[in-house]
Design a protein around this ligand. Sequence first.
Ligand code: SF4
Length: 385
Amino acid sequence: MTANLLEYDLEGLAAFCASLGEKRFRATQLFRWIHQKGARDFGQMTDLAKSLRDKLEGSARIEGLPVITQHESADGTIKWLFDVGNGDAVESVFIPEDDRGTLCISSQAGCAVGCRFCSTGHQGFSRNLTAGEILAQLWFAEHFLRAHLKTGGQRVISNVVMMGMGEPLQNYAALVPALRVMLDDHGYGLSRRRVTVSTSGVVPMIDRLAGDCPVALAVSLHAPSDALRDKLVPLNKKYPLAELLDACQRYLRHAPRDFITFEYCMLDGVNDQPEHAHELARLVQGHGGHGISCKFNLIPFNPFPASGLVRSPQQRVQAFAKILNDAGIVTTVRKTRGDDIDAACGQLAGDVQDRTRVDRRIAQQRTVMLKPVPMEAQTKEARGT
Ligand code: SF4
């Protein structure tokens, strides 16, 4: 079996090249061809010696993930469903905005944490993605979008958020090399603050990430007390709020000019009352005596039948945000994007949440994909023009 070069960060690729008797600068050239130019075969790499290309042909490959479906929303959001084998599929979403292009990517097929409001959590856990499978989502999306949007080779994705399917800090061994490729100037060259890892609160791994690769950190909080959080985020029983917030403070010592983004999914009648907002403000501002440098992102819940939960009314979300803002905590309400293609937050398992029928559904979707609709036509259809 040949080695898939998408699995390697630059150090790993240098070691692979060394095993072929090649110098490190060859690894850098190869890395740039793969990640910066989106090369898929060694024949394209015209500045590599023919002898090296021949060696690579026999020992390596550049293999992305098969795309099962691609949907483009009326607002420009694009969602891909990728096949990761054995009936598993993961999703990635591109969200274009005026000043940035954000790609939300998955780290696991399914998720073991089982948050109550999350459709991925209801799907159950299948397996960790490899570093190459995490990166394949970015590699595909970046180079597809450059061609699709005709950017003349200009970069499209400026921000990556690890907020798709899975708990990234429960797949640490694959996460860190993937992050290194995103940050590497010879790779995607993203700044540390433009790559966000979102966690439900795996405390020991927050500490490790601080030392290994302190990118921006988002924490799924969703409740101001252990009693309520235990019910919404089961991991809270293992790592309760006080320990989690201590870890956030330690993290910021490695990134002193940063802040933690607390994600808070607004659930009607569950965690959206004014007293919850006041309790949250006291929690984060009083923690450790000097509080935590943070902002809040309130997420309108995207209902799915198995959850038994309902989205908070918009007025209540605004009132909640006002209490936090008035307390001096910067608070935003996440715009819902891609609602029409199930790409909004918490809907990412929309196509695959019932694992028992995933094989059949993938087979059906493949049948549809056999007759691909030209992208231009899909776009018009999605926009209703
Ligand atoms: S919210 Fe995140 S950690 Fe919780 S079940 Fe969903 S994917 Fe897993």
